[in-house]
Write a protein that binds this ligand. Structure first.
Ligand code: SAM
Length: 522
């Protein structure tokens, strides 16, 4: 592996470095043998405790002894038995019926019962002093350690004597500092994951790498070109958040970020412009202003204020509430800075999904073209999922062509979009050809961050296979270009056809932005 752990002798502790230069969009490492990978407690009954997959046709079935671990097959149950369940099962049987151990306690139990895992985790950073300094926290961690001790009924000899509960609390600090909490509602995936080599990656709000996890595997990918010996950094928090919110998130890791984005409090737009990927972006739904960062009076402090005001309002998206939220977001909406308004845009999406398929298409396109592209790379699953959502929304919106055409015409009319968008092109869109073009792009980028069997890859491949069955689609140029593409060519002419057709998604995005302004801004 071309990665090495180096001691910074500074406040960051150990660091992960490359030993050779790596281009953007490269797999730096794959981690298929984590020391810990388990579903969160709420996801236990829908996730296989061994392979951690969730995409099954039949329900997972519980271990008949403890009924606290579920499996998709006998083979998975056997694997899990040998890996960890043999040691964990007797303790889980001691948990009273109807009670469940909280996720971190279950994770700690899996570490404590295995000598190798205990020693591996003990080498991690735990920031114990930081946890002890938080009011009441150390007491809570000791209580969790106590819980583990009670269900185990004995102290494993490798833990040693003395203050065993204190040792368990210290181990919990290490888990909380190093575990990934992966929540992917699209695939019903909710798990914790710990690989002690991957755990050496430090945080930056302008990271050069990202981690993608599904099942029991994590993939570390370069988000931009990385020089030989450069430190590899990932983001521990959501990159679309403003500084105050990122700081609040990072507080649980007990350090203050001093990356260039935090130092100058850069907006998501300015941060994206630091390391642009224009060539990759040109083959995506985005058209990013790589050369000029849009600036807003009040800049990032405005985003922070908006987030603070939005937080108590969020919930079921009703029209009245969205009007209130719109008023708060208005200054940034006026500058088209949708990437700085992720929570509002998400609520709008929820609202318009119930309004009708054409409205849903427009807001899905807005999110896929103008929000995710700013904070994520062209090959990031966020962007690929957004693009796949556009394909699905397009199919629903055009299922009734007459309704589609009249809705687009009427929304364009009421939002005054005629000057900014070629409405006729949108009305006459060929949904099969456009979907096929978008799906080519998704399938092109998938191998960077996805294993072949992961749900996003499976769904995108399936969608492309299904659409290929339609024989009647597309104008001559698009069809020929597509055939050349399939033959391995990607010439400028074909790219121009591709760009023109996929550029229409941006037309939907523009209509979507105008629809929000018309509905809530009036
Ligand atoms: C997952 S560990 C990363 C590896 C760690 N440096 C080590 O030596 O084990 C997370 C911890 O590393 C430190 N850390 C990570 N990123 C940092 C940063 N940008 N600035 C300061 N400390 C950082 C913090 O102590 C954090 O809780």
């Amino acid at each position: 592996m071309s990665l090495a752990v180096r001691d910074s002798s500074g406040r960051k502790g150990r660091e992960l470095h490359t030993t050779t230069a790596r281009p953007a969009a490269t797999r730096l490492a794959t981690y298929p043998n984590p020391v810990l990978a388990l579903p969160t407690t709420p996801a236990t009954r829908t996730t296989c405790a061994s392979c951690l997959r969730t995409d099954f046709d039949t329900p997972v079935t519980p271990c008949s002894a403890c009924r606290a671990a579920y499996y998709c097959s006998k083979a998975c149950q056997r694997l899990s038995w040998n890996r960890v369940h043999r040691q964990e099962c007797p303790a889980l049987r001691a948990v009273p019926a109807g009670r469940e151990l909280p996720t971190p306690v279950r994770a700690l139990l899996q570490v404590v019962v295995r000598k190798d895992a205990w020693h591996e985790v003990s080498r991690l950073e735990g920031n114990e002093g930081g946890f002890r300094a938080e009011a009441g926290r150390w007491g809570d961690l000791r209580l969790q350690g106590e819980m583990v001790r009670r269900v185990l009924g004995r102290d494993p000899e490798w833990v040693g004597g003395g203050d065993v509960v204190g040792k368990y609390a210290a181990a919990m600090c290490k888990l909380l500092t190093n575990m990934f909490n992966v929540h992917d509602p699209d695939f019903n995936y909710d798990a914790v994951f710990l690989d002690t080599s991957l755990a050496m990656a430090n945080h930056s709000c302008v990271p050069n790498a990202s981690v993608h996890i599904y099942g029991r595997t994590a993939i570390l990918v370069s988000d931009r070109a990385i020089a030989k010996d450069e430190e590899i950094t990932i983001s521990y928090t959501n990159p679309s958040y403003p500084l105050a919110q990122r700081r609040q998130d990072l507080a649980k890791y007990h350090f203050e970020c001093t990356c260039p984005r935090c130092a100058d409090d850069l907006s998501p737009y300015a941060a994206a412009a630091l390391h642009p990927l224009p060539e990759m972006d040109s083959f995506s739904l985005a058209r990013l202003p790589h050369d000029k960062v849009p600036s807003v009076p009040g800049g990032t402090s405005l985003q922070a204020e908006i987030y603070e005001k939005l937080a108590p309002l969020q919930g079921d998206p009703t029209r009245a509430r969205l009007r209130q939220e719109y008023r708060i977001c208005e200054p940034l909406i006026g500058f088209g800075q949708w990437a700085s308004l992720a929570p509002f845009l998400e609520e709008c999406l929820g609202y318009y999904l119930t309004r009708g398929p054409v409205e849903a298409l427009l807001i899905t396109a807005l999110s896929a073209c103008r929000a995710h592209p700013i904070t994520h790379t062209p090959f990031s699953p966020y962007r690929l999922k957004g693009a796949l959502a556009v394909v699905r929304a397009l199919s629903s919106a055009t299922a009734d062509p007459a309704h589609y055409k009249s809705r687009i015409a009427s929304i364009a009319d009421t939002t005054g979009a005629a000057g900014a968008v070629d409405v006729d092109l949108l009305i006459d869109v060929d949904p099969i050809a456009m979907s096929r073009m978008v799906l080519y792009m998704i399938n092109f980028y998938l191998p960077v961050t996805q294993e072949e069997s992961w749900p996003l890859a499976v769904q995108a491949r399936q969608a492309l296979a299904e659409i290929k069955e339609y024989s009647s689609w597309g104008e001559g140029g698009a069809r020929e270009g597509m055939e050349r593409w399939e033959g391995g060519e990607r010439d400028a002419e074909w790219m121009a056809v591709w760009r023109r057709m996929v550029g229409l998604v941006d037309g939907f995005a523009e209509l979507g932005a105008r629809l929000i302004v018309a509905d809530f801004g009036a």
